[in-house]
Structures are given as structure tokens and as C-alpha cells.
Design a protein around this ligand. Structure first.
Ligand SMILES: [Zn+2]
Length: 248
């Protein structure tokens, strides 16, 4: 009997595991399967669970029933429709983001993107285009790759939704957002994003999911969403790996 394709796949996987034994992506402990976390590290990820704000994706202290909105979402709703995040930007979630962003651990994007695809399943099911939040060229050159694009890539492999790598361009070199007040952040980001003229037909009527590694406040997502909506997008949601619990 001829060995099936599956048998070849299993054999191939075994050979890979022999050369690169699967290990925890955070602490390198031995694992049975690749691209995962060991149980001890898994418990250290501050996953966001129900209830959370339907607009900002931030965790809520109590379940308010069907209309789950944070006070911020009522007082100051975001430009994007919904934000969703895998975890709070804290503990091991923060370490993974730093590993991806500054530690040159591009391979983390694969696992982090898989979790994002699962967490964002609801918004992805209605989406037609993934758009990574761009880095300014200068920062892209210094950091060599855009972590948001790597995450969008991984989400696309899971969901089959195409990625507009160049749909959104950052035209103004923004100052780092860290340490700025909310108003300063908004001013810093005003006109920071521009849509690529070559992608206008792609944007028209599209249901877009913006992809980024972290949402600190909503200002980056709002500025990007505003540019895409002005260019004719039907809707814009935001999917991030981690968010600061009081983001907004
Ligand atoms: Zn571990």
C-alpha cells in the first residue's frame, strides 16, 4: 500500500521536531507541539475574557447584559466600530510584544497572530481586508520589519482574508506616543496616515480590520480608521494582540 500524503506530513513533522524540538515560545521548556506556551506560561497571560466593552474591547468589572459598553465608550466613542484584543498589555503578554518588536523574534508573530485570529473571529467573519498599522519609513528601517504586518500575515493565513500591506501609509514621522497626554497624542497623529491612491478601489466599500500589536489609547486606531473611512471604507474594526486596560 502506498503511504498517504498524511503519513508523509507526519513523518516530515517528526523529522523537523528531531532537529528543532518543540519548545515553549516564552521560556523554552520542552513541549509536545510547536508554537505554543507551556501550561505555566499560559497561566501568566492576562487573557481578556467576558465581559468586555463592545466598542473598545477593554475588560469590564461587571456584566451589564446585552449592551456592554464602558463609560468611555458612551462618553467618547471611538472612530472604529469595535476593537478586540487577546490580552491586557501586562505580564507575559507584554514580554511577547517586546520580543516581537525589539527582540527580533519574528517567529512569535505566527503564534500571536493565531491567537488574534481566534479572538477576532467575530469581526474577521465580516471582514474583506486586513490593514496593518504602518510604521514610518525611518522607524521601519531602524527596526527592519513592521510587527503589525507580520501579525496581519499570520491572521491572513488563518482566516484567508487578504492583506493590504501598502493600503495605509504613514506620511508624517510621529513622535513616540509614550508619555504624551491624550490631546497631545491626537495632535501628534493628525494627518499622520494617508491612504495609498493605488488602493482606492480596494478600500471602496471594504469592511476593514486594522491590525496592530498594542493599543495604548485609541488615538492611533482612530486616526487610521478616519483615513480609511474618508477614502470610502464601509467599516473599520481594530484587532490588536494586547491593550492597555484603560485604553481609550
Ligand atoms: Zn513556558
Amino acid at each position: 500500500m502506498k503511504p498517504s500524503l498524511d503519513a508523509f506530513k507526519i513523518l516530515g513533522k517528526r523529522l523537523v521536531n528531531l532537529v528543532y524540538p518543540p519548545s515553549c515560545i516564552a521560556c523554552s521548556a520542552a513541549l509536545a507541539e510547536a508554537d505554543g506556551l507551556c501550561p505555566a506560561c499560559w497561566r501568566q497571560i492576562p487573557f481578556i475574557t467576558h465581559p468586555f466593552c463592545q466598542r473598545y474591547g477593554t475588560p469590564l468589572p461587571v456584566d451589564h447584559g446585552s449592551m456592554m459598553l464602558s463609560p468611555l465608550a458612551i462618553a467618547d466613542p471611538p472612530v472604529f466600530t469595535r476593537a478586540r484584543a487577546v490580552a491586557r498589555y501586562d505580564g507575559l503578554a507584554r514580554e511577547l510584544v517586546h520580543g516581537l518588536k525589539y527582540g527580533d523574534r519574528v517567529e512569535l508573530a505566527h503564534t500571536m497572530g493565531q491567537w488574534m485570529a481566534r479572538e477576532g473571529a467575530e469581526i474577521l467573519s465580516e471582514s474583506t481586508l486586513l490593514v496593518p498599522i504602518p510604521l514610518h519609513r525611518f522607524r521601519l528601517w531602524r527596526r527592519r520589519f513592521n510587527q503589525a504586518a507580520s501579525l496581519a500575515d499570520a491572521i491572513s493565513r488563518q482566516s484567508g482574508i487578504e492583506v493590504g500591506y501598502e493600503t495605509l501609509l504613514q506620511v508624517k514621522a510621529t513622535k513616540p506616543q509614550v508619555g504624551l497626554t491624550r490631546t497631545e497624542r491626537a495632535a501628534n497623529l493628525e494627518k499622520a496616515f494617508k491612504v495609498n491612491e493605488a488602493d482606492l478601489t480596494r478600500i471602496a466599500g471594504a469592511r476593514i480590520v486594522l491590525v496592530d500589536d498594542v493599543m495604548t489609547t485609541a488615538s492611533t486606531g482612530n486616526a487610521a480608521a478616519r483615513a480609511l473611512l474618508r477614502a470610502g471604507a464601509a467599516s473599520v474594526d481594530l484587532l490588536v494582540f494586547a491593550l492597555v486596560a484603560k485604553a481609550g
